[in-house]
Design a protein around this ligand. Structure first.
Ligand code: 5GP
Ligand code: ZN
Length: 114
């Protein structure tokens, strides 16, 4: 997908602080962290929103859960706890239209829903 910032990051065209990678997904530190740990997990292939996930993406879903566990351990929040968030479309607060999951932790998170 052209002009997609997360496609560019996944292709190595835009630098990032990579924290995890396998054949299907990669993860990097958020450029504007909202918590001491704020990692973005993306599929390597372009999928716009969570509503575009279908049965063909079952392997991508599995890769997301593997990545969540590996990154939580790597960032030392697996025991203390963390939060995962996927924003979808405008009212969900999605700004980058390449599916991504936020993994947040490293402090006691407060509930903020808008
Ligand atoms: P959204 O609101 O779409 O769920 O979140 C997009 C996230 O991507 C934001 O937290 C934003 O800080 C992050 N982000 C946007 N552009 C870049 C970038 O070029 N590099 C990195 N590392 N994060 C980005
Ligand atoms: Zn993309």
């Amino acid at each position: 997908m052209e002009n997609c910032i997360f496609c560019e990051i996944a292709r190595g065209k835009i630098p990032c602080n990579k924290v995890y990678e396998d054949e299907l997904v990669m993860a990097f530190d958020d450029i504007h962290p909202m918590a001491p740990v704020h990692v973005i997990i993306v599929p390597k292939n372009h999928i716009a929103t969570v509503m575009d996930m279908d049965l063909d993406h079952a392997d991508v879903s599995r890769a997301f859960f593997r990545a969540i566990q590996a990154i939580a351990k790597q960032k030392n929040v697996d025991q203390t706890g963390f939060r995962t968030v996927i924003n979808c479309n405008e009212e969900g607060g999605q700004v980058v239209f390449h599916l991504h999951l936020h993994l947040l932790g490293g402090k006691k998170l407060v509930d903020e829903l808008g």
